[in-house]
Ligand binder design. Structure first.
Ligand code: NAD
Length: 467
């Protein structure tokens, strides 16, 4: 029996539609792993296979098509992953995680970030291209679990790499979910299976074995000092995106009402989980009380019983109590036996001196210390002391161009935000692209596709130069 062409089309469409429906059901097909494996060995082997396929068969345009599809289709999961992340990690704010995830999806650069350099002259033409490393071991923090995975996935696919993700054990469910969604979207866009992989049960041992594996060409560690040091001592090419403790300087040339709003918005964004968020205010003595006034007139509360806060925020050894990281301001006050002025309080302020542990330690919670400086020079010195050479982020509010410039030169941070909340530095309300892997220690800065490439030179002598 002969099948007519239009009948054949109908049958093909029905098969495709039934396959799509199956994949859309959220009930992931057991035969397809969508990137999740029970052992690290399998996770690496599958990513190696997928990356080889990507490098051999997919042009830059084909990779861009996959990225476009990620931007379009992963957006549909943003609310769900933001809710899942808050529920699983018990940290942060859903509405802010939605903003962060959208930022990762829409503002992480794609293949347009890659550049070819050319040298031409009498001797011919030489080009330098940005080539993939191969398979990258990417380690993500609990504070931005899905944002880091999405942003790294876009950058690393743009640069033609495969990725083995190592999520924080405290965010394993939501991380697994987003890796499955990403793989599904990649495959629907015609990309290879298992381009992004992970193990079902991430632990410190699985990260270590991933970092050590010979098939891993590069390590990208986003997290605190422990993981960054482990990556840097691995003997492999490593990008370290480590901790920060961003100071925010305020001088006497600014509209304090606007500054109060910016600091509250930046320091309480996702309950201060971003490594870029304002962690300590350094205010000139002449305006410190007025600034506190403006902040407490808005949604911040000045707490005088500092001992009560110390008892719950600091452990006996002086370290930060992780159980309060990313919690709401009212919850923290309640734990300390203090009363919040409202349940939706955004920020707690304490007036302390420079050496106080709340100033010196990265707290990652909506409790911000304020220290007073006699003059701008002292404010700058305090800012440098607080930042501790992390080379991460600093913020300043000033209309004095000399002050803006002097502090920028002195603090030497990767991100320097002027007259805006800290998140302007990662593209939220400021110009420039977004990333959730800010590599201060190793110097790549705000990472993008080209950070995950190695340069290869191709030389043709006596040809192709047209001048
Ligand atoms: P963390 O260092 O505890 O964990 C980060 C990741 O590293 C996790 O996946 C964890 O399982 C793994 N890990 C931890 N110690 C390790 C070790 N010794 N060997 C191998 N893997 C290890 O950090 P966190 O609490 O998840 O995240 C918060 C920290 O990350 C803060 O210090 C914050 O400033 C920093 N951070 C930095 C950036 C950046 O771009 N620079 C972005 C987000 C978070």
């Amino acid at each position: 029996m002969k099948i007519k062409e239009n009948e054949l089309d109908k049958i093909v469409n029905q098969v495709i539609s039934s396959l799509n429906n199956k994949q859309n059901s959220n009930d992931f097909n057991t035969k397809i792993n969508y990137g999740i494996f029970s052992t690290m060995d399998e996770a690496i082997a599958e990513a190696v296979k997928a990356q080889a396929c990507l490098q051999l068969n997919y042009s830059t345009e084909a990779r861009e098509k996959i990225i476009k599809s990620i931007r379009k289709n992963v957006s549909k999961h943003v609310e769900k992953i933001s809710e899942m992340a808050v529920e699983e990690t018990d940290m942060g704010r859903i509405e802010d995680k939605i903003i962060k995830n959208n930022l990762a999806i829409n503002k992480t650069p794609g293949t347009e970030d890659l550049r070819t350099e050319a040298f031409s002259g009498k001797k011919g033409l030489t080009i330098v291209e940005e080539a993939p490393f191969g398979v990258i071991c990417s380690i993500a923090p609990v504070t931005n679990p899905t944002e880091t995975i999405i942003s790294n996935a876009i950058s690393m696919i743009a640069s033609c790499n495969g990725v083995v993700f190592n999520s924080h054990p405290g965010a394993k469910k939501v991380s697994k979910y987003i890796i499955e969604v990403l793989n599904k979207v990649i495959m629907e866009a015609g990309g290879p299976e298992n381009l992004l992989t992970a193990v079902n049960e991430p632990t410190l041992q699985t990260v270590e074995s991933c970092m050590r594996d010979d098939r891993i060409a590069m390590i990208v560690a986003t997290g605190g000092p422990g993981v960054v040091n482990a990556a840097l001592s691995s003997g492999k090419k490593a990008i370290g995106a480590g901790a920060g403790n961003p100071p925010v300087l305020v001088d006497d040339t600014v509209d304090l009402k606007r500054v109060a709003k910016d600091i509250i918005n930046g320091a309480s964004f996702d309950n201060n989980l971003p490594c870029t968020s304002e962690k300590a205010i350094v205010a000139l003595e002449s305006i410190a009380d007025s600034l506190l006034n403006e902040m407490t007139n808005q949604n911040a509360q000045l707490v005088h019983d500092i001992k009560a806060l110390e008892r719950v925020i600091l452990n006996d050894d002086g370290s930060i109590n992780k159980a309060l990281v990313g919690k709401d301001a009212a919850f923290i006050l309640n734990k300390a036996g203090l009363k919040a002025k409202s349940e939706d309080l955004r920020l707690v302020i304490v007036d302390v001196d420079l050496r106080h542990p709340f100033v010196q330690k990265e707290q990652l919670m909506p409790v911000i210390p304020l220290v007073r400086a006699k003059n701008f020079n002292e404010a700058m010195e305090m800012g440098v002391d607080i930042e501790e050479g992390n080379r991460h982020t600093a913020i300043i509010h000033s209309k004095n161009v000399d002050n803006l410039t002097k502090f920028a030169k002195k603090i030497e941070t990767t991100i320097y935000v002027k007259n805006a909340p800290s998140y302007a530095g990662i593209g939220a309300g400021g110009e420039g692209y977004a990333t959730f892997t800010i590599a201060g220690p190793t110097g790549e800065g705000l990472t993008s596709a080209r950070s995950f490439t190695r340069k290869r030179r191709c030389v043709l002598v006596d040809g192709f130069s047209i001048i």
